[in-house]
Design a protein around this ligand. Structure first.
Ligand code: CDP
Ligand code: MG
Length: 728
């Protein structure tokens, strides 16, 4: 019958079409891969890895290191003995986007041959051979498998970023590598993790070899190939650290970039960035724009402002058409500007959009955090706008305060940023500061280990059997005071004993994938009988702001918050939000599909000025940590309506961060003496209770505390006598 024939015909055409698309895509990727600078040295690189157990690879951003090297090594047979290739990234976004890209290049769905794993999300399977992950996640894996036995190759990528996890990982991998090569000659204990007896990793292996510890199941390990990759030219520090390891340089492709500075200092960076974006859009030739901003909030407001200004632009200006470059552009060209944000907490499908080429005639503006500095390379960029700022962690060991603040970039960062404009052709970089200011910038950024709270790392090292943290072979030693302070807070939390050994509670804490204070809170809550509520609090505290308060609807958003607000503080308020959202979702779920219920929940969030992305993230974290505590055998019970009990539990958990009201209405942090204010976003901003605990300290023009709850000072004396009883 004719209609049947037509149907068949059309199905067949579609089939051929799909196959054709697939082949065309494959060809396109093959062509792109062949053109990358790294492709010219594929054979040499594989040989270098074969001949050297540790190799340093330095190569300019965009040369193809992250996406190509693992594929070369896979092809070169480095997975033949069943081992897999692991690649660590300092940032979650990079791990996700790169894994997706490489899976696409290989023509497989992500999660099979190519996968990724980040905290709270594992997209790998038994088939995975190339695994991208965050550096922090590999550290966690080492807790369960100290020899990292499933990896034949580990690539530490973006090592120049010197995140705290990268630094610790380098020391750990050095040990693992030595231990694995020793295991070839001798017998080692495969159950090292449980024989936590205060010896360093190597000592424990030596003890096994000399037979001091009771013999355990024997196992031989293949040597571990270790590759350190960096975008900065200085490989010396890594090479020296690995006993003179060989370093190779991959030549990049870099076109000249013209640098422009402002004539006078800019007071309003956002405004200066906006003016520059439109100046480029209206006056410069084709090419996309990359703007470096400090975080989600700034990115979202710049995005909004761009759209506002775009609406004010005439569809097309006759006057402008007299300029030669405009006369070549189609009519209504002036509004053809698309914005794409990219930052860590952006959902991954949105992150992937920045890599798509802009439609014909459109210019893309990518609004990025420093993720786009070296971690991800976005093709098509010809213009870079660099306000010269970055959000960085800082730590004041004297005050014990860890905070995220906005600081100026280093010269090295500024150079990396401008380099992004010269990947596809000659480019331009607009630095929103004066040239004299550039000269004053520090050469490079201080490694994170020198400027953050070390409690988490110290706890993890101890759980790995490395007790003498101060003498651990770090690439750069952290400050002694910072180590001592973190040991002190771990002691107060009950994670380490008086003689600095990890306690049983400490072992439990190290198993939970959250900050030590939060893992302690979960353990305390199981004893108080309110773990169900604390799991929610910890999940909600672990995500970026749950509340969404756009400037133009401040009043409405404040009113929306009122329906959830608890007079007892932000923790109970967060709990109310979670319960309300959950109730809404479950009711919806009874009459709708999962998908529809999710959609309705997003709408509910919007109506209630709640950030649906953050809430979703919190729900995911909640189910993961619920699994964790169940596996650990903790009792998950609810305190029902007994909020007094929950607040007492908050005091027993977060006593390290307590503050007392001063006569002038400010607060004095009990431990450090620091004077702080309650942040205006807190439900206790006006109430000003006598005594509070809080989770976060932020510095802007004042020191503010966020996530605050009202407590009774006497509870501190009763529940944290190790700190408060002596003071009274
Ligand atoms: O690691 P490296 O900076 O040396 O380069 P890469 O991340 O391997 O990127 C190699 C090339 O792949 C770049 O030209 C990127 O533009 C491209 N790429 C992409 O188009 N989409 C991605 N998700 C990742 C990379
Ligand atoms: Mg890379």
């Amino acid at each position: 019958m004719p209609s049947m024939a037509a149907n068949n015909f059309s199905r067949n055409t579609q089939y051929h079409q799909a196959k054709g698309d697939f082949l065309a895509r494959k060809q396109k990727y093959e062509q792109q891969r062949k053109n990358l600078p790294i492709a010219a040295v594929e054979r040499r690189l594989v040989e270098e890895v074969r001949n050297n157990d540790t190799l340093i690879i330095v190569g300019e951003t965009g040369s193809g290191k992250t996406t190509q090297l693992p594929q070369y090594l896979f092809k070169g047979g480095f997975c033949r003995d069943g081992g897999i290739i692991g690649i660590t990234q300092p940032r979650r976004v990079a791990a996700i986007t790169v894994a997706k890209r490489v899976a696409e290049e290989c023509g497989v769905p992500v999660g099979q041959k190519v996968g990724y794993a980040i905290r709270f999300e594992d997209v790998t399977s038994g088939e995975t051979k190339i695994k991208y992950m965050t550096d922090g996640l590999l550290l966690r894996e080492a807790l369960l498998d100290p020899y990292l036995s499933k990896y034949s190759v580990i690539i530490v990528d973006e090592a120049h970023e010197r995140t705290i996890h990268t630094d610790v990982l380098l020391g750990l991998l050095k040990n693992v590598q030595k231990a694995r090569s020793k295991s070839i000659n001798g017998v080692v204990n495969t159950d090292l993790n449980n024989s936590n007896n205060g010896h360093t990793f190597e000592e424990r292996i030596d003890n096994q070899n000399t037979g001091i510890l009771k013999p355990c199941q024997a196992k031989k390990y293949n040597p571990l190939k270790l590759i350190i990759m960096s975008a900065s030219l200085d490989a010396r520090v890594f090479s020296e650290y690995f006993g003179g390891a060989r370093a190779v340089h991959v030549q990049g492709r870099q076109f000249p970039v013209d640098i422009f500075y402002t004539h006078k200092p800019e007071t309003d960076c956002i405004d200066a960035a906006l003016i520059t974006i439109f100046q480029i859009h209206l006056e410069e030739g084709p090419g996309d724009v990359l703007v470096f901003l400090t975080g989600q909030e700034e990115i979202e407001s710049v995005e909004r402002l761009i759209h506002e200004r775009l609406r004010q632009l005439p569809e097309c200006s006759r006057k402008l058409l007299t300029f030669p470059i405009f006369s070549s552009l189609p009519l209504n060209c002036l509004r053809k500007l698309l914005t794409f944000p990219i930052f860590s907490s952006l959902p991954s499908e949105k992150q992937m959009k920045v890599f798509m080429p802009s439609p014909a005639g459109y210019r893309k503006v990518i609004l990025a955090t420093n993720i786009a500095e070296t971690s991800v390379t976005i093709p098509g960029i010809r213009y870079v706008v660099d306000p010269g700022l970055v959000k960085a962690r800082t730590y004041d060991p004297k005050m014990g305060v860890d905070s995220l603040i906005i600081v100026t970039t280093s010269k090295a960062q500024a150079l990396q940023r401008s380099g992004r404009a010269g990947r596809d052709g000659p480019g331009k970089c607009y630095r929103l500061y004066q040239e004299s200011f550039f000269e004053k910038l520090p050469d490079s950024t201080l490694p994170e280990i020198k400027r953050c709270d070390l409690s988490n790392v110290v706890l993890q090292l101890k759980a790995l059997g490395i007790d003498d943290v101060i003498n651990f072979d770090f690439i750069e030693k952290p400050d002694r005071t910072a180590v001592v302070n973190s040991l002190w807070s771990l002691y107060l939390l009950g994670a380490v004993t008086e003689d600095n050994k990890l306690s049983d509670v400490g072992h439990q804490m190290a198993r939970l994938p959250v900050d030590p204070v939060y893992s302690k809170a979960l353990i305390v809550a199981s004893q108080f009988g309110c773990l169900k509520e604390m799991l929610i609090c910890v999940a909600m505290l672990s995500v970026e702001s749950i509340f969404y308060a756009p400037r133009e609807k401040l009043e409405e958003s404040r009113n929306a918050l009122k329906s959830f607000a608890s007079p007892e503080g932000d923790h109970l308020t967060l709990l109310n939000v979670y319960h309300a959202a959950d109730e809404f979702f479950q009711k919806n779920r009874m009459v709708n599909s999962e998908e529809k219920a999710e959609k309705n929940l997003r709408k509910w969030c919007k109506d209630n000025f709640i950030n649906s992305r953050s809430l979703k993230h919190a729900r995911d974290i909640h189910s993961q940590i619920l699994r964790n505590v169940e596996q650990m055998g903790l009792r998950v019970t609810s305190c029902e309506d007994d909020m007094l009990l929950l607040r007492r539990c908050l005091a027993a958990s977060f006593f390290l961060k307590a503050a007392m009201k001063q006569p002038d209405g400010a607060y004095r942090v009990t431990l450090s003496g620091l004077i702080v204010q309650i942040h205006p976003s807190s439900v206790l901003f006006r109430a000003k209770p006598e005594c509070i605990i809080f989770n976060e300290l932020v510095h802007t023009n004042h020191s503010y505390v966020r996530n605050v709850s009202r407590i009774d000072y006497l509870w501190l004396i009763e529940l944290a006598p190790q700190l408060y009883a002596a003071q009274d």
